[in-house]
Design a protein around this ligand. Structure first.
Ligand code: KIV
Ligand code: ZN
Length: 516
């Protein structure tokens, strides 16, 4: 019996970007989309074009430049949304419109203020409008799992008749449990007339921590598309995590007989790191598959078992998700060729100028830190190469603090026109003092909402990575990132990175988010 494919539909750039605090620029979205294509994602939901010019532009650029996957755009069930979606995806070789309308009594009554027969009519018309742009049309009855099943059957039959080719079943509020979700899919397979003409799809939110389990239950009962996001990011507690559903299907082929995916699992780790770096969402250490500890064995009994026979405590190998397992480290004497080779092995495709910038930073760090690990290289590349336009450059930073000393920071910042701005300020601590000095020097006063600092690798020479989330005067959220062996410098760089993003307008407009 030949294997049946489970389509992996990635919505990191749409539902994932609806995470509170996520702020991706258009170029960052494009970079993620290219990596999703490398990963073997079948369908990329690139955005919700009607919601803002930036969403439209990002979706259109993906449609123009990302080849391989189907490029999909989200639209509510109305002409304006569908026209925006249809136009944004027009350049893609393979394109899909995903249209949705709520079908649960609570959503229809309080949110839409519409009767079921009006919703039914809107759904049918939406599919007909979408079919004007593409034959590949997906329909989602929003809040499907809290809908009356008889109404769900009726609306799904009607949209199949109108030309929908994928029927997505969202557990919008993450309410149902795996057994229930599996039953819903099984019931739809059995009771919806014409269901064999369409692909049933899962779309599970993680409010009760069972999004992955629900998606898998869906597949067990006949769903052949899973909607998911990298690292499980998304609205509230997030969506089903791509790496979890894919690795569960991969690892438990005894249970998921005859199903397969297109995913190149060795790209999973890199994709996860890229999304974490660009969204600023740090991955929890115990996160399944991609967390720092996912393949770490600490207890003596486990380590002993692993050494005797790997499978005693490991159900999958780190290599399968693209962790090299290599302990090879670089240092000051590795040379330019060694550095370039390692970048290539890690999958980075850099231009000559980018290599030069990254190599100079590598040398600077190698002077302070004997051993440079893969994670350090990734951080250097993200810090040096993937920078936003440098309206403000930090040229000098000096901070004094200590017991009995008032923390004081002095900065010198150069602006693009060559002007130099100096300022000094006191604060509650060294980072606060540096931030106050930066505010005085730049005249920008973004409000700090969130700050994290993490060691990129272990050991006393570890580089620190600071991540900040700020609110600009325009009410938008911006992230900033900074890396250094000095944690106060990393913090200052992160804050200035956020200010540079404000200056380049690279933030999340609250209006950019889908008004679902
Ligand atoms: O969770 C949800 O219901 C959605 C729909 C737009 C598919 O994201
Ligand atoms: Zn969703």
């Amino acid at each position: 019996m030949s294997a049946e494919k489970v389509i992996i539909f990635d919505t990191t750039l749409r539902d994932g970007e609806q995470s509170p605090g996520a702020a991706l620029s258009i170029s960052e979205k494009l970079e993620i989309a290219h990596q999703l294509a490398k990963l073997g994602i079948d369908v990329i939901e690139a955005g919700f074009p009607v919601s803002s010019p930036a969403q439209y532009e990002a979706t259109k650029l993906c449609a123009e430049q990302v080849s391989g996957p189907v490029i999909c755009a989200l639209a509510r069930a109305n002409q304006k949304d569908i026209d925006a979606a249809g136009k944004a995806i027009a350049p893609a070789a393979k394109k899909r419109i995903h249209t949705f309308i709520a079908t649960s009594p609570i959503h229809m009554e309080y949110k839409l203020r519409k009767k079921p027969d009006q919703v039914l009519k809107m759904a049918i018309e939406a599919i007909q409008m979408a079919r004007q742009y593409t034959d590949d049309v997906e329909f989602s009855p929003e809040d499907a799992c809290r809908s009356e099943m008889s109404f769900l059957y009726e609306i799904l039959e009607a949209v199949i008749e109108a030309g929908a080719t994928t029927l997505n079943i969202p557990d919008t509020v993450g309410y149902v449990l795996p057994y229930e979700y599996g039953q819903i899919i099984a019931n739809l397979k059995q009771n919806v007339r014409g269901v064999e003409k369409a692909v049933l799809s899962t779309h599970c939110h993680n409010d009760l921590g069972v999004a992955t389990a629900n998606s898998l239950a869906g597949v067990r009962n006949g769903a052949r598309q899973i909607e998911c996001t990298i690292n499980g990011i998304g609205e509230r507690a997030g969506n089903a995590a791509m790496e979890e559903v894919v690795m569960a299907l991969h690892t438990r082929q005894d249970f998921f007989e005859h199903v397969t995916t297109n995913i190149q699992t060795r790209e999973i780790f890199r994709t996860s790191q890229l999304v974490s770096q660009l969204t600023g969402f740090v991955i929890q250490p115990n996160k399944a598959i991609v967390g720092k500890n996912a393949f770490a064995h600490e207890s003596g009994i486990h380590v002993d078992g692993i050494l005797k026979h790997r499978e005693t405590y490991e159900i999958m190998t780190p290599e399968v998700i693209g962790l090299s397992g290599s302990t090879m480290v670089l240092g000051r004497h590795s040379g330019r060729a060694g550095f370039i080779d390692r970048c290539r092995q890690l999958g980075y495709n850099l231009s000559d100028d980018e290599i030069q910038a990254a190599y100079e930073k590598f040398l600077e760090i190698a002077d302070k830190k004997k051993e440079i690990f893969d994670e350090d290289i990734a951080a250097i590349i993200n810090d040096e190469v993937r920078t936003v336009s440098q309206t403000y450059v930090l040229e000098y930073l000096n901070v004094t603090s200590g017991t009995g000393t008032i923390p004081t920071g002095t900065v010198r910042i150069r602006t693009q026109d060559g002007a130099v701005h100096q300022a000094a300020a006191c604060g509650d601590g060294p980072v606060d003092a540096a931030y106050e000095a930066i505010r005085l020097a730049t005249g920008q006063t973004p409000q700090l909402e969130h700050y994290t600092m993490r060691a990129i690798t272990g050991g006393k020479e570890a580089m620190g990575e600071a991540n900040v989330r700020v609110k600009g005067a325009d009410g938008r959220t911006y992230i900033g990132r900074g890396v250094s062996t000095d944690i106060v410098e990393a913090s200052a760089k992160a804050y200035l990175d956020a200010i540079n993003r404000i200056a380049s307008c690279i933030g999340t407009n609250t209006g950019d988010k889908a008004n679902l």
